[in-house]
Ligand binder design. Sequence first.
Ligand SMILES: [Ca+2]
Length: 271
Amino acid sequence: MSSIKNLIVIVASFLVFTTTVNGQALDLTTGQANITDKDQISLEHLFFDNNFYNATIQLNLDGTYQVNQVETLSLAPIAVYQVTFTSSWSQQTHPYEYPIGSSHFSGLIGATHNALVNFWQSGEIATNGIENMAESGSKSLLITEINFQIDNGNAQHLLSAGGIGSSPGEVMFTFEISQQHPFVTLVSMIAPSPDWFVGVSKLSLIANGQWLEHLVVPLFAYDAGTDSGTRYTSPNRDTQPKASIQRIETLPFLVNSEVPSIGTFTFERLE
Ligand SMILES: [Ca+2]
């Protein structure tokens, strides 16, 4: 326990001297640090020496600090989940130019990984792998990017499964995840579309030091920023330079002045 306290003090001093107190979370290797108040920092899910810890650090007005509380978390090192991709996207939910007879989703592709890697993020430029997935449903370049992160230790399992051949519909698969790589990234192309996709990025299946038993994530359409088409069946028109990835809040996903989800990922812990 003394070694983890030493590490926490090191982390705390880093936070104190390099982070403004603005409530923003700071990622650690697989944990999070949250400045919860002007004089207190909580470190959650801090992974160190094969254990997880929560800790609270009190900052004093004279610049000193002390570790108030260290809690060792008991967490199964490995969990198994079933994820179900349910698409509700239909002519009834999205009547504007709905591609009757051809609406589908490409095969699911993603990874389990740690906090040091981010395969895509709203506001960022798409990688070539995300571009290819979003424009054509192709997995190959994204698999290359995932395998690169597996090789350097930031990702663990490649997740690859079928798509939804006709929307609405659903598809499910099971996967293993570990406490060293507790984040999930998983995507699928909306088809037909210029460069639109759904998915999650860097979704943690651990909360409050425990594996989540049940999690439902609503899915929304994202524009990969790599093709300038504005309709489901627009011809290819490469965006140069690439724009950032953005959630689509206009037609055809704007319905009665709202942007409803077009499906869900449901994560069920099996073991
Ligand atoms: Ca686009």
